[in-house]
Design a protein around this ligand. Sequence first.
Ligand SMILES: Cc1ncc(COP(=O)(O)O)c(C=O)c1O
Ligand SMILES: N[C@@H](CCOP(=O)(O)O)C(=O)O
Length: 466
Amino acid sequence: MRYVSTRGQAPVLNFSNTLLAGLAQDGGLYIPETWPQISADELRKMRGLSYPELAAKIVHLFTGNEIPEAVLLDLCHKSYAGFNHKAIVPLIQLDHNLFVQELFHGPTLAFKDMAMQLLGHLFDYVLSQRGEKITIVGATSGDTGSAAIEAFKGSTNLTVTILHPYGRTSEVQRRQMTTVLEPNINNIAVEGSFDDCQDLVKAMFADVPFREEMQLSAVNSINWGRIAAQVPYYVYAALLLGAPDREVSFTVPTGNFGNILAAWTARKIGVPINLLCVGSNHNDILTRFLLNNDMSIQGVRPSLSPSMDIQISSNFERLLFELLDRDADQCRQIMQDFRQNNKMDIPATIWNKATANFKGVALSDQETEKVIQQYYKESAYLADPHTAIGIATAQKYRNKDIPMVTVATAHPAKFPDAIKQATGITPALPLALADLYDRKENYQVLPADLKKIEDSVRATARKNNF
Ligand SMILES: Cc1ncc(COP(=O)(O)O)c(C=O)c1O
Ligand SMILES: N[C@@H](CCOP(=O)(O)O)C(=O)O
């Protein structure tokens, strides 16, 4: 498998180098040079596989023989062994043709564990083979950070610095990150928004001497490895609901556009997926785009669904590249203009192609609360605020002939205040996290200043003798 950058000016890489590179040198995102395909017959043969077995087959399509399927199978078994549901990604039926696929049964209670647990093993495998050490830098609005810290804590091959927006995650999310005290983990609360954190990560990659000195790598969904490891659960749900002989639609609560891009990738490789629906909170740049071709940055406002408090959705660039028929020069120009003008100018022909594939709905906090309340009362289903946005979006776009699956991206106990406000109950944290509020925290608060952040990343690497 070979990977190309969406901006066309970075070297073409194999899977392992794409994984370690994270972001392309030209600021673009890596994407497969050609899409692997699964035929309907091959899909039928995958029915009945367990989740780890299916995941190994799907991820192998993106690694090629660089990582043998038998090795991937072993890594997938290890990755999902600690999940606290036997099905790993159970599909719950809410209504006649409305389903929820729960992706939050991993150690940090959000869908990020699905990819991050596997990425932890993949990085270890590749780095041990090469005898290399790297520095991971990541931005989080709450969930990627804890999943990455959990997956990589204690590793002797790498250090991890995670930037989170100061005071803008839930307390549970913050504590899940800041109470991990292993020396290879560094938590920074940045005085700014998630978008500022993500910009700082990209700026570290753009600082070539720093990038080379530290051997930087990424675990946000700018890294293709993340997307590849998020495709299998879409295939799993589709197979359970009759694929390849029946279509299925998906609704995804969306922020950085990584999770829905994985669903779109499942369609690209041959899974019959009908609609892809984006659910947003009032940080609604993606839904404004889908409804009115308005992709203008309006500043991030805190919401009840903090993990989606994002305005610059990195993975949109991968979709754009594809919709532009892989014209990397045009993609690069549009992305550069976007950051200069705070507005993306998308030609009408491209917008039409996007809206033929994707639909979108934005919910206010009040509406989100009502949906949590309604499903709790009527269906005894407790949805976290992100999932509730997904369910409301699915309600709008479901149709009677095609099953609609909303991916449930977080456990309600990660957002106890919002759940209490909506239902009056406080969801309990699972046993493994029951003492979270008693654990000691360690993090520093820094301004959104590249030099200060780089100094902190370097200090962590030095402390670990890198
Ligand atoms: C709970 C939760 N839901 C939804 C999202 C949005 O997913 P994505 O950024 O892949 O669009 C996130 C963050 O990524 C999240 O943590
Ligand atoms: N919501 C995310 C934001 C980062 O998304 P990623 O998928 O690109 O890592 C978070 O919880 O951190």
